[in-house]
Ligand binder design. Structure first.
Ligand code: HEM
Ligand SMILES: *[C@@H]1O[C@H](CO)[C@@H](O)[C@H](O)[C@H]1NC(C)=O
Ligand SMILES: *[C@@H]1O[C@H](CO)[C@@H](O)[C@H](O)[C@H]1NC(C)=O
Ligand SMILES: *[C@@H]1O[C@H](CO)[C@@H](O)[C@H](O)[C@H]1NC(C)=O
Length: 316
């Protein structure tokens, strides 16, 4: 596998930042020794067949952590009258839930009832980044799975139309800093966006400007052609970092060229602190990797549930 060879020289191990709460790196050492190997294998197998899997897993973990903490609430299926998060409004691209199911199945065979779905998802997101050529970090474990998932609560997620103060507020409500905001937004080096997520910028932007003036004009024309002219299909859209599928710092370079896809990406230039960090990460992939790993550990530690699910799609 060609991509295996390329990512192997890119592996960087980062020292562990201090973590709070009850999470620990060695949480399953005695109870499920092969956990990390099993999850990595599930992610690798799926990625080898479908290159959209890493982006999907990374975004799934972000959505999980931002609603009710990292408690695998995003994995629960709707049941009866209850519509679950995964069927909530911004559900257009959450997919690859089967990868978590496959890992869970293998784990239940080896160490039944031990590993939480929330921990599996946190590990899978880490592996997704690493398999895409990004940094690798140790994931603290010991999360519990929640028993509630409500579609209406996906409204708590930040929207792509958010300005810088709305983004800062959304992150600070979860004890995440401005540095976490800029570093984690770098996750947009992976994956795909539907036109609906950036249409506000290219169609009827406001009364004086039909197109968002903070967009590079030729880039805006390209997006218009993709979304407004050629293709009205529901699945039309753009890759977030068209230059490569690898986890790199190109996202920040694009923002400096006014080619960030969402208002929320471009807004990172609207505050002196976030702007400074965008420039820093654009100049140094090393600095980005280090900051990303640190912020992922922080985001991944937002507290959640109370049980270890047997089936990631259902409460016990
Ligand atoms: C800062 C606030 C954020 C906003 C407003 C935001 C918004 C979005 C939107 C609108 C999409 C496209 C959905 C679609 O049209 O299909 C998207 C995709 C994505 N986001 Fe974010 N996001 C944010 C933060 C993050 C974070 C923190 C991560 C992970 C660290 C992340 C990872 C991703 C990935 C990987 C995709 C591509 C998904 C795929 O291709 O399946 N995002 N995001
Ligand atoms: C997204 O949500 C809609 C409305 O609730 C639902 O009908 C649809 O099945 C969901 N799509 C996915 C992929 O979950
Ligand atoms: C951001 O948007 C909010 C809500 O629309 C608005 O109240 C605020 O003034 C805006 N902030 C900036 C810096 O544009
Ligand atoms: C439209 O947006 C631009 C750029 O943000 C701004 O300068 C202009 O004042 C806005 N016009 C209206 C009518 O809001």
């Amino acid at each position: 596998m060609a991509f295996m060879a390329t990512f192997l020289n890119l592996i960087i191990m980062f020292s562990v930042v201090p973590i709070g709460k009850s999470l620990s790196i060695n949480y399953y050492e005695k109870t499920c020794h092969d956990l990390e190997f099993i999850v990595l294998k599930a992610v690798k197998d799926a990625t080898s067949k479908d290159k959209t899997v890493p982006a999907a897993l990374l975004r799934m973990h972000f959505h999980d952590c931002f609603v009710r903490g990292c408690d695998a609430s995003v994995l629960l299926n709707s049941k009866g009258n209850n519509k679950a998060e995964k069927d909530g409004p911004p559900n257009i691209s959450l997919h690859a839930f089967y990868v978590i199911d496959n890992a869970k199945k293998a784990l239940e065979a080896k160490c039944p009832g031990v590993v939480s779905c929330a921990d599996i998802l946190a590990l899978a997101a880490r592996d997704a980044v690493y398999l895409s050529g990004g940094p690798k970090w140790d994931v603290p474990k010991g999360r519990k799975d929640g028993r509630t998932s409500k579609a209406s609560e996906t409204r708590q997620l930040p929207a792509p139309t958010f300005n810088i103060s709305q983004l800062q507020k959304s992150f600070s409500q979860r004890a995440l800093s401005v540095q976490d905001l800029v570093a984690l937004s770098g996750g947009h080096t992976l994956g795909f966006s539907h036109c609906s997520s950036f249409r506000n910028r290219i169609q009827n932007f406001n009364a004086t400007h039909p197109v968002d003036p903070s967009l590079n004009p030729s880039f805006a024309a390209k997006l218009k052609s993709t979304c407004l002219l050629k293709n009205k299909a529901k699945n039309a859209g753009a890759t977030m970092d068209p230059s490569s599928t690898s986890f790199d710092n190109t996202y920040y370079k694009l923002i400096l060229q006014q080619k960030g896809l969402f208002s929320s990406d471009q807004a990172l230039l609207d505050n002196p602190n976030t702007k400074r960090l965008v420039s820093k990460f654009a100049a140094s992939q090393e600095a980005f990797y280090k900051a990303f790993a640190k912020s992922m550990i922080k985001m991944s530690s937002i507290n959640g549930g109370q049980e270890v699910r047997k089936d990631c799609r259902k409460i016990n």
